[in-house]
Design a protein around this ligand. Structure first.
Ligand SMILES: [Zn+2]
Length: 77
């Protein structure tokens, strides 16, 4: 059995700090495996995908600063 890696969804973990209470949280996002899907962190940032995400903090803050992004490498394996 062979698996074409490029067709797997990419999974990234975002590290976000609330602009209101400064609480840090992480969030896992899954990017659909479409043809022009970002395949690494740089492409993710450039894709505009992050701009479409909604952020909601437990303090009811809705503005989050992304302070780090990491890519999960072994998803599905
Ligand atoms: Zn907050």
């Amino acid at each position: 059995m062979s698996v074409a890696l490029r067709h797997l969804p990419r999974v990234f973990t975002l590290h976000i700090r609330c602009d209101n209470c400064l609480r840090e949280s992480s969030r896992t996002i899954e990017v659909p495996a479409v043809d022009d899907a970002p395949c690494d962190v740089d492409e993710l940032v450039e894709s505009g995908f992050l701009g479409a995400l909604r952020f909601n903090c437990v303090c009811a803050g809705v503005v989050g600063q992304i302070i780090g992004i990491s890519q999960e490498r072994s998803y599905g394996l």
